[in-house]
Ligand binder design. Structure first.
Ligand code: ASP
Length: 308
């Protein structure tokens, strides 16, 4: 069988070992593994990398453990505004949504933008209208309510503090993403997030920005990022991994190292990324204490980890 591979992440940041109880750690790892299983099943039956990353990210959006979909953080108005994007490496098609509310699976809406609109990125009320038109599943505010997130928000509401979900010592969840290589040799990447707690003015992070938080190109690699979005946008982080491989001939591992450990830190770019190349090599790297992550290859052995 041709090489197939899939990696997922559930955010990177300051994850304190002391506060991660064995039962919570187990819950995170199980959630990551479930996403891997769903995506891997698609790849095993010869499905497309694009379908695999969408399915894996949906699974992560459906758990309140991560800052995406159901578990999205609160913005300054006490609401949830979600961003998501995905990209197909064989033809560079991409779809993205920013600042969407009440959409159960923003990654599914991003996929519809790719497949059923002539646009790449749509936002806010327009995206909501599109969601209606496409009859995607919607949920009321209650569905997105999470006591942890609410307390996180209460600590900073009314201030100018914007915080990375997983930068908080006690509550650290994160943006989710997936990258995959399918049996036909194609790559794809997907990322979904609730953004940053207490974000204002319809702030949009790197996750829905093609080239910043998400990028896929069969020539080189597929990448999904997590971390301080403003820095990842300025570093054009995901595309930079591709560029270092395509124009400079670096290996995936080396290209990721340069971006994560050399380019992002001077821009206060705490975080990490997951990446995969055409040969099925997987790199999961971060410049902060931890990143929720997992990967699987042809052997169907599921690997998950949080710390280094
Ligand atoms: N990158 C995301 C953002 O800035 C946050 C995260 O990775 O958790 O919106």
């Amino acid at each position: 069988m041709s090489r197939i591979a899939l990696a997922v992440h559930g955010g990177a940041g300051t994850i304190s070992r002391e506060l991660l109880t064995p039962s919570r750690e187990k819950a995170y790892k199980e959630a990551l593994e479930l996403a891997l299983r769903r995506g891997h099943a698609v790849l095993e039956r010869g499905g497309a990398a694009l379908d695999a990353v969408e399915v894996a990210v949906r699974a992560l959006e459906d758990t309140p453990l991560f800052n995406a979909g159901r578990g999205s953080v609160f913005n300054a108005d006490g609401q949830h505004e979600m961003d998501a994007s995905l990209m197909n490496g064989s033809d560079l098609r991409a779809g993205a949504v920013a600042g969407v509310q009440n959409v159960k699976n923003p990654i599914g809406l991003a996929r519809r933008v790719m497949d059923h609109s002539s646009h790449v990125l749509i936002s806010g009320m327009g995206a909501f209208e599109f969601a209606h038109q496409q009859k995607v599943e919607l949920e009321d505010d209650e569905y997105f309510f999470d006591e942890f997130r609410y307390q996180q928000w209460k600590e900073v509401v009314g201030s100018d503090t914007v915080q990375l979900d997983h930068a908080d010592k006690e509550k650290k969840f994160g943006t989710v993403g997936a990258v995959a290589l399918d049996a036909a040799g194609h790559l794809a990447a997907a990322t979904s997030t609730g953004g940053m707690t207490n974000k204002k003015w319809q702030r949009v992070g790197d996750s829905p920005i093609i080239g910043a938080g998400t990028y896929a190109n069969d020539e080189s690699c597929a990448v999904s990022c997590t971390g301080h979005g403003e820095s990842f946008i300025r570093a054009v982080a995901a595309h930079d991994v591709h560029a270092l491989m395509a124009y400079k001939g670096l290996s995936l591992e080396e290209a990721v190292r340069v971006v994560v450990h050399e380019k992002l830190p001077p821009l206060d770019g705490d975080g990490g990324l997951i990446a995969i190349d055409r040969a099925g090599n997987i790199v999961l790297d971060f410049n902060c204490p931890g990143m929720y992550r997992g990967h699987v290859g042809n052997d169907a052995v599921y690997h998950t980890a949080i710390f280094r």
